[in-house]
Design a protein around this ligand. Structure first.
Ligand SMILES: Cc1ncc(COP(=O)(O)O)c(C=O)c1O
Length: 378
């Protein structure tokens, strides 16, 4: 009998082995992974270089506190700055996406002394106090977390942003592409409006890149399509390829002081070894370019199959919305065809595979989708 606090609806499958874009369960059944454990597996399961880096680190030193020099943190910050195109931003390390957003909101409020936060409809920013208060889902906001600081404006509504971002606003927090909300892409004009309004009012622009960042869209951060630069960028999921690590990239306008932010586990040796390994692999194997290329290939293939209401996303962050509820389609994909996919809401299939996904794997998915969508539409 399980003694776990029962908060997750589970599939009766237990992966016990993984490699690249594949998983194996206890019976040896092989599954294609187009979900990457919810956008976490960035460079592929059990990549040999990643395993070697972590093993070597585990044998050397796995943890000491942030009271001593940990040069792996500096290596990670430098490599991240170069690969992401933000070499002059500073890095603060933590352990998860919610924590990254929590620190981003704190830093914004420390900076301008204000309290009002603008978030958007269908947003998801995590489950800790500040992050969940800025999340547009009342069912996961506990009374203790509910605060009157957050106003939700309609997503991608330029006029509402123009009117709603005033000089009382501390921070504007937005996902470059909403993940949980259904793969909704910020228009370039919307992001430019947010940047302009934050500049005019002194509000801090936070780009939550926890799900859409780290190369997933074919650029390092999805806001780079619009040409705007956020004040703070939050990251997590793909950053450690499964090892818990999160962080914020902080523009040079912020001044650091001792004790302003802090954490016990953030930036530990193992997390940094994982983070450095991920960046090395992304660079050496051109995984950002691969995400763009295979993403385009999937988009074209899905368009050719048709039968959907709307196709959204960029690179390897793809939402396919159908008129019909997708629960059966997802179950068939998993149990009959042995393909892991995700969903967003009742009608959208969500794909978040490893950035190393190959054409061969994309073809397996497309062939299966063609078969199933044709059957469903008959
Ligand atoms: C956009 C976004 N922000 C924040 C989070 C929270 O991240 P974590 O679960 O690591 O706290 C998530 C998780 O799904 C997310 O998708």
């Amino acid at each position: 009998m399980s003694h776990l606090f029962d908060v997750y609806p589970l599939y009766d499958i237990e992966p016990v082995k993984a490699q690249g874009s594949y998983l194996w369960d206890r019976n040896g059944t092989k599954y294609l992974d187009l979900y990457g454990g919810h956008a976490v597996i960035s460079v592929g399961h059990c990549h040999p270089y990643y395993v070697e880096m972590l093993t070597r680190q585990l044998n050397a030193i796995s943890f000491y506190s942030n009271s001593v020099k940990i040069s792996l943190q500096e290596e990670l910050a430098e490599k991240l700055g170069v690969l992401s195109g933000y070499p002059d931003y500073k890095l603060f390390l933590c352990n998860s996406g919610a924590e990254a957003n929590e620190n981003a909101l704190k830093l914004a409020s420390f900076h301008n002394g204000r309290t009002k936060v603008i978030s958007f409809t269908k947003s998801f920013h995590g489950r800790t106090a500040g992050s969940v208060a800025a999340t547009d889902n009342p069912s996961i906001v506990a009374p203790v977390n509910y605060n009157k600081h957050v106003t939700f404006l309609p997503f991608n509504d330029i006029k509402a942003a123009d009117n709603g971002i005033t000089d009382e606003v501390c921070a504007v927090i937005v996902e470059g592409i909403q993940g949980v909300g259904g793969i909704n892409v910020c228009s370039d004009e919307f992001l430019r409006t947010l940047r302009r309004k934050c500049d005019e009012t002194g509000a801090i622009l936070i780009l939550d890149s926890v799900q859409c960042g780290y190369g997933r869209t074919g650029k390092f951060f999805s806001n780079q399509f619009s040409g705007i630069e956020p004040d703070i960028i939050s990251m997590a999921k793909g950053m450690g390829n499964g090892f818990p690590i999160g962080g914020i990239l902080i523009s040079p306008k912020f001044k650091a002081s001792y004790g302003l932010l802090g954490t016990t586990f953030g930036g530990n040796h193992l997390a940094c070894a994982a983070g450095v390994a991920v960046l090395d692999i992304m660079k050496d194997e051109n995984l950002i370019e691969n995400a763009a290329e295979i993403g385009n290939y999937l988009f074209e293939g899905i368009k050719d199959i048709g039968g959907y209401k709307e196709l959204r996303g960029r690179g390897l962050m793809i939402g396919i919305e159908y008129e019909f509820p997708v629960k059966d389609l997802r179950n068939k994909m998993l149990f009959e065809h042995k393909i892991f996919t995700g969903v967003a809401g009742a009608h959208t299939i969500r794909l978040l595979p490893s950035l190393a996904l190959g054409k061969e794997e994309a073809d397996i998915f497309l062939e299966t989708l063609r078969k199933e969508v044709t059957v469903t539409n008959i």
